[in-house]
Design a protein around this ligand. Structure first.
Ligand code: HDE
Length: 484
């Protein structure tokens, strides 16, 4: 006879009755000794871990990355080591500002966070579907996100804050223009590009470095949603992108992206026409053309959303030999923020969770901490240096050194041209794209209560391109301020 499929408590004891609480007689009070009832209710109260403070709503998938072009002369990173090499990976797509459960089809950048499970440990490439960002110093991030979230009194979204901040932070103009363009609402997670956004460093076996930028080009083609279609979907099916990704993979329609890099010799950074570490700027592809690296294919859905997507923890600080960071002030801030967020949201041992655990053996002297559900190193030596053959550092894997100079100070960037690239973007667009861009901005700015904010923002659009600023001013029933 087949073994009975017994329901158990979390401590494995069989449950006698899962329909009725234990009471003193059928009408008597519930007995506190009904430990199965107590445990069910108590665990239920603790099912929610804090949602991500940004990028709370997302969807994930497993897949692989395969090298299609030899870039080993630039980097010793094993996942890029030879053509044909495959590395398992996990990706999480997300919106930025909305809470968990908010609609997928909002106008917002999309997170594009990739975890490569390489033989040298995990490498996280935590990017967005946009090559630039709104700000370029980490110190402004909490304030920026406050403006994207809810007003502290009304608990409503607040256009005054959004545009007040952007009009007082002109470095945001390039990303604001991308956000308000057609690409602000991707048709699905499958029909959008991905970017590392920041400048990173690749280092080869000889310790020679180059600066790089990552580009994931969707092989599905870029498709976007018109604002009105997106708004209707946000009401009819707030999980539209989540559902699309799951169904596509479930049906064997595996989405793929080609990965390219732009490569800049280290010395070029000193002479390039703007600071190449400024994440509000792109590098001209005429100056630094795209070089193919490989293909990423998503071919497996998560078995369990909470275990694999909600508990996934990514960080730009999760690096492997051959890949390093740049002095980009945003990237530097993120190197602290992500693991700090994970320790708070998931726990000190988040890297040991199955979805985050490296595929190669993790050997170090970190012990204990909450939810240490692995063997915690057993009886092995638990300090270093030691005389018991414990794991030791491998100097050949030290991050490549590089010269730094300057006075310790809180200093601004040494260039402030926030208009050329935003204007170039506007001029690259065809008439229909420009018209939709202007309409989207006018719609978004109409609810702003202070003309002072609108006029200040119009000045920025005008400096990018006179037609750009003039059309927005007209749409808002305002004049472009004289002192532009
Ligand atoms: Fe994030 N970001 N971010 N961000 N970010 C987080 O990590 C942060 C920035 C991005 O699917 C948080 O687990 C700072 C740029 C993605 O789990 C947090 C700054 C880019 C995801 C955090 C930035 C990103 C996050 C929130 C300014 C694109 C979701 C909770 C210096 C290049 C990853 C968490 C996932 C998540 C901090 C700016 C992308 C708080 C301080 C620029 C895709 O750690």
């Amino acid at each position: 006879m087949a073994e009975k499929n017994n329901l158990t408590t979390s401590w494995g004891a069989p449950v006698g009755d899962n329909q009725n609480s234990m009471t003193a007689g059928s009408r008597g009070p519930t007995l506190i000794q009904d430990v199965h009832l107590l445990e069910k209710l108590a665990h239920f109260n603790r099912e929610r871990v804090p949602e991500r403070v940004v990028h709370a709503k997302g969807a994930g998938a497993h897949g692989y990355f395969e090298v299609t072009n030899d870039v080993s002369k630039y980097t010793k990173a094993k996942l890029f080591s030879e053509v044909g090499k495959r590395t398992p990976m996990f990706i999480r797509f997300s919106t930025v500002a909305g809470e968990n459960g908010s609609a997928d089809t909002v106008r917002d950048p999309r997170g594009f966070a990739v975890k490569f499970y390489t033989e040298d440990g995990n490498y996280d490439l935590v990017g967005n579907n946009t090559p630039v960002f709104f700000i370029r110093d980490a110190i402004k991030f909490p304030d920026f996100i406050h403006t994207q979230k809810r007003h502290p009194q009304t608990h409503l979204k607040n256009p005054d804050a959004v545009w007040d901040f952007w009009s007082l932070s002109p470095e945001s103009l390039h990303q604001v223009s991308i956000l308000m363009s057609d690409r602000g609402i991707p048709a699905t997670f499958r029909h959008m590009h991905g970017f590392g956004s920041h400048t990173f460093k690749w280092v080869n076996e000889e310790g020679e470095g180059v600066w790089i930028k990552y580009h994931f080009k969707t092989e599905q083609g870029v498709k976007n949603l018109a604002s009105d279609v997106a708004a209707k979907l946000a009401g009819d099916n707030p999980d539209y992108h989540t559902e699309d990704l799951f169904n596509a993979i479930e049906n064997g329609d595996f989405p793929a992206w080609k990965l390219y890099v732009q490569i800049m010799p280290l010395e070029d950074a000193n002479t390039y026409r703007f600071d190449p570490f400024d994440v509000t700027k792109v590098w001209s592809q005429k100056d630094y053309p795209l070089i193919e690296v490989g293909q990423m294919v998503l071919n497996k859905n998560p078995e369990n959303y909470f275990a694999e997507v909600e508990q996934a923890t990514f960080s730009p600080g999760t690096l492997v030999p051959g890949i390093d960071v740049s002095p980009d002030k945003m990237l530097q801030g993120r190197l602290f923020a992500y693991h700090d967020a994970h320790r708070y949201r998931v726990g000190a041992n988040h890297q040991a969770l199955p979805i985050n655990r490296a595929r190669n053996e993790v050997k170090n002297y970190q012990r204990d901490g909450q939810m240490r559900f692995d063997d915690n190193g057993g009886g092995s030596v638990y300090y270093e240096p030691n005389s018991y053959d414990g794991p030791t550092e491998s100097p050949e894997n030290k991050a490549a050194s590089y010269a730094v100079s300057g006075v310790a100070d809180s200093v601004a960037y040494d260039h402030n041209d926030h208009y050329t690239q935003a204007g170039d973007l506007y001029r690259l667009m065809n008439d229909e794209e420009r018209t939709r861009l202007v309409e989207n901005i006018v719609e978004a700015m109409k609810p702003v209560s202070k003309d002072e904010i609108k006029l200040r923002q119009i000045q920025h659009f005008y400096k990018a391109d006179p037609e750009y600023g003039t059309r927005i001013a007209k749409g808002l029933g305002l004049q472009v301020p004289q002192q532009v």
